[in-house]
Design a protein around this ligand. Structure first.
Ligand SMILES: [Zn+2]
Length: 167
């Protein structure tokens, strides 16, 4: 089990140029603060976008373009895959209602526990992306934090350094 966890965290670390932090609220109204967030499908593929549907066209909505996702309905099978209607607010300022994937899990490092956390997309009520450029990174273990109240890495005690996710 330990080696599996290590392997997965290595995979996520590998794509470190894509660093996203979110607050995801599940159906029980529990908030999850996650960093190094990705969309994981079938336990093996990790993406930095969500598969979406608008009308008949499928497209990938990159995390960098999303501010908030609010799911507003139950899932439907469309073209063989499951989607849920969601109100999306984009970083460009525009808002739209589209169908967003309800398959796979939202995966990230939990701010509370410092360990990998997976939330089924179907169990998520809303996702709030943090694109404010106020991330901090541990220079030793490379873990990323967006909680400004943390000054030192909880894992190794190193002082965190400010980094920016602005693109
Ligand atoms: Zn550290």
């Amino acid at each position: 089990m330990f080696s599996v966890l290590f392997f997965i965290s290595f995979e996520v670390t590998f794509a470190q140029s894509e660093i996203y932090a979110v607050t995801a609220v599940d159906k029980k109204e529990t908030s999850h603060n996650l960093t190094k967030v990705n969309w994981e499908l079938r336990g093996q593929f990790n993406y930095f976008y969500f598969r979406c549907l608008q009308g008949d066209s499928e497209f990938d909505l990159e995390f960098s373009k999303i501010l908030t996702v609010n799911f507003i309905g139950s899932k439907k099978k469309i073209n063989g895959d499951y989607y849920r209607p969601a109100d999306i607010r984009l970083t460009s300022g525009s808002e739209k209602t589209i169908y967003l994937t309800s398959e796979g899990v939202l995966e990230g490092i939990s701010q509370s526990f410092g360990s990998k956390k997976e939330i089924e997309i179907t169990d998520i009520k809303s996702i709030n992306f943090h694109h404010d450029g106020t991330f901090q990174k541990c220079p030793l273990c490379n873990t990323v934090f967006y909680n400004k109240n943390i000054n030192n890495c909880p894992f190794d005690g190193k002082k965190l350094e400010a980094i920016s996710n602005n693109k």
